[in-house]
Design a protein around this ligand. Structure first.
Ligand code: UT7
Length: 339
């Protein structure tokens, strides 16, 4: 046989080598949000757990925040941009549809002409990216992969919408995935339910908006995020517990062996319900970054991970369960050792 592809000699183990975060300079309190929203500080805290969230300014673009978080992850991994073979950027808030933002990030971070692409999987995007990074290292396509979750959700949030305005925030988180002696990232349990994709969506599609503009009278308001919160809440609480259990089983890690739980920071009550449903022991450290950072979609898990590590709440090498869920409806759960 000619042209046979050489067998890849060594299936490599992977681990998360470093983590970085970027939180925009401006923090908005509930009082700031209430200038535009018919609600109360008491209701927002009780129903969501959010106390503050960050808003990116004009200079804090997706690329800017991603580069800052990415630099932090490279530093913490002890490598340079030259060592990166692939950059995966999970985001749902890229305002310019073409081109994707990841090549700009690769260029600005100094990774030259490295492979780079965006992932669109809503709040599950970071764990999707982590899985692709893991597979790329395992298969020999890359040695070090930078996975970044970055969002400017306040750009797509209607400040008067009672279902979303108090929840959302901006920011970026990043990890480096590279080679490891022993397995340190378990199999990802992922999936979607497109029959319910309308539960969380942009209020009006761009082509529908264009149509109304072309008719000379824009009937549609500017697109923003709309969520049927109660239904998404129920789905997250009931179905994500099963996904979490499957991720633990597949990785061969019991609840008793777990050190940390880092769910997507959607709502403090969802986190509390999952902790209860999974019967996590008291000693498992639970990420509760939603109180300071709000819901930052694809950025929320690496942002929360960075906070747990930098605040000393968990140590390097801790075994963590992570689960992303949201628009799509898409989800992904995984057990991994922290950097
Ligand atoms: O990141 C992607 C995944 N996202 C999520 O997983 C988020 C899931 N959903 C949620 O986090 C919650 O559903 C919300 C925080 C969005 C809403 O909380 P909720 O407890 O589900 O509120 P609800 O829609 O069931 O409304 C409860 C009550 C209603 O009043 P009545 O009918 O009980 O008298 C609403 O009218 O709260 C009222 N309400 C509000 N009151 C003050 C709804 N929104 C507000 C508001 N301020 N902003």
């Amino acid at each position: 046989m000619t042209g046979a592809i050489k067998a890849w000699a060594g299936r490599r183990n992977t681990r998360i080598l470093g983590v970085g975060a970027y939180r925009p300079r401006t923090a908005l309190t509930n009082a700031d949000i209430l200038k535009h929203l018919d609600s109360s500080d008491e209701w927002i805290r009780r129903r969501s757990g959010v106390v503050t969230r960050h808003r990116a300014d004009r200079q804090e673009t997706l690329a800017y925040m991603a580069v800052e978080a990415g630099k932090g992850a490279l530093k913490s991994a002890g490598i340079t941009a030259d060592d990166v073979d692939l950059i995966i950027v999970a985001t749902a808030t890229r305002m310019r549809q073409i081109p994707h933002v990841s090549p700009e990030i690769a260029f600005k971070i100094g990774a030259g002409t490295t492979a780079a692409f965006d992932v669109s999987a809503g709040c599950a995007g970071f764990v999707y990216g982590l899985n692709i990074a893991h597979s790329s290292v395992t298969s020999g396509s890359a040695r070090n992969v930078l996975v970044i979750g970055v969002e400017r959700l306040l750009d797509v949030t209607d400040p008067t919408d009672r279902g979303t305005a108090f929840l959302m925030g901006d920011g970026a988180g990043a990890v480096v995935v590279g080679v490891s002696d022993a397995p340190a990232i378990g199999p990802v349990i992922w999936g979607s339910d497109g029959s319910r994709s309308d539960l969380l969506q942009q209020s009006v599609a761009w082509d529908e908006l264009r149509e109304s503009y072309e008719k000379g009278k824009p009937e549609q308001p500017w697109p923003s995020l709309r969520m049927q919160g109660r239904e998404v809440f129920r789905w997250a609480v009931w179905q994500m517990a099963d996904v979490a259990r499957e991720a633990l089983d597949t990785a061969g890690v019991s609840v008793a062996e777990l050190d940390a739980f880092i769910p997507h920071q959607a709502n403090m009550r969802i986190t509390d319900s999952l902790v209860k449903e999974l019967k996590l022991p008291e000693r498992v450290v639970v990420a509760r970054d939603v109180s300071d950072t709000g819901n930052t979609s694809a950025a929320s898990i690496p942002l929360a991970m960075e906070k747990l590590l930098s605040s000393g709440q968990v140590s390097s090498g801790a075994t963590a369960l992570m689960i992303g869920f949201g628009a799509g409806l898409s989800y992904a759960g995984v057990v991994a050792r922290l950097p």
